[in-house]
Ligand binder design. Sequence first.
Ligand code: ADP
Ligand code: CIR
Length: 358
Amino acid sequence: VNELIEVEKQLQLEIYPSFAQSSKSLLKKYLSRELFDELKHVQDNTGYTLQQLISSGVANPDSSIGVYAGSTDSYRAFAPLLDKIIEEYHNYGVNSKHIQSWDINAYNFEDFNIKHGSNYVVSTRVRIARNLAKFPLGTNISREQRQEVERLAMQAFNSFEGELKGTYFQLGKLTNAEKKQLKEDHFLFKEGDRFLKSCGCERDWPESRGIFHNPQKTFLVWVNEEDQFRIISMQNGGNLREVFQRLATAHEIINKVAEFAITEHLGAITTCPTNLGTGMRASVHVKLPLLSSDEKRFKSIAEQYNLDIRGIDGEHSESKGGVFDVSNKRRLGYSEAQLALDMYNGVNALIEVEKSLK
Ligand code: ADP
Ligand code: CIR
């Protein structure tokens, strides 16, 4: 029986996946039978296979992308597929170079609540995704390697000073009530994401996962979730400058002790290709009850300003009370500073329209 299962597994590896008719994923769009045959025996230098790369998109027909990388080298090994997905999603060619810059001196980020009054922006958050150069990504990391990442993270946390000083909480040691509260307050990642489950990112859960934060919860780091590090700065109100600067400072400090996975072409390497480049999502929770009731107009302005609209509990969630999570959609080919400006300009435009509808 075991032998038969092995044979079946081998056959599975050879068979072109059957994508649901309804699936609109970029994986389905670009993984032709020919490309599948070309790549079906390929592995990256950490042993990650094509079948692992595409497992989430095959298992979840409603994926918009459908792939998760296993390491920095996945982006080389599976380039014939990933380059096409990156080109379409990021509008980014194979010869382009990614630039980093945290310098926002040229921009006049006025506090949204000083500019528009405090009826619109509830809170502001900026996060970046980072991974360590020396390890496979979460999809393909071993249990021991994951423990090592957590140990290195805790070492870095101990070196923080001033406003960044805080405490690390291992996920397994938090009570259900504590986790529930942290999630409701928008500080902690969700668990049991089916997209992440099916690419292997949640193996050995909750081991070596955790959250670091300062007492005010304005500076937080998620460890070993979708990416090894999600570094987050957030606060109530609309002071984007302050939130961004706090993250820039933290990034500079962590960057000195950690060797992040970065390439000239793709910038910060991330598990999901949507986060490549800056790995940055700058968002506000903003009240737009009037504009959002005209979905077509709302979406069209968002598109014009390169914004992503999410619900109040993050990706794949619903809005509540006309409050939306509005963030920069672009991540790659533009600097951290430029993408904060994307969000700033777009949110101001949305608020102006909301005001005009009163
Ligand atoms: P990520 O931002 O890491 O891509 P999610 O979209 O799941 O992941 O968001 C993570 C959490 O951060 C969610 O609880 C979400 O509500 C919260 N969040 C995002 N933006 C803001 C904001 N501007 N203010 C408060 N909470 C926010
Ligand atoms: C999808 O393809 O829809 C999911 N794998 C999620 C894509 C968005 N990226 C992300 O959450 N990092």
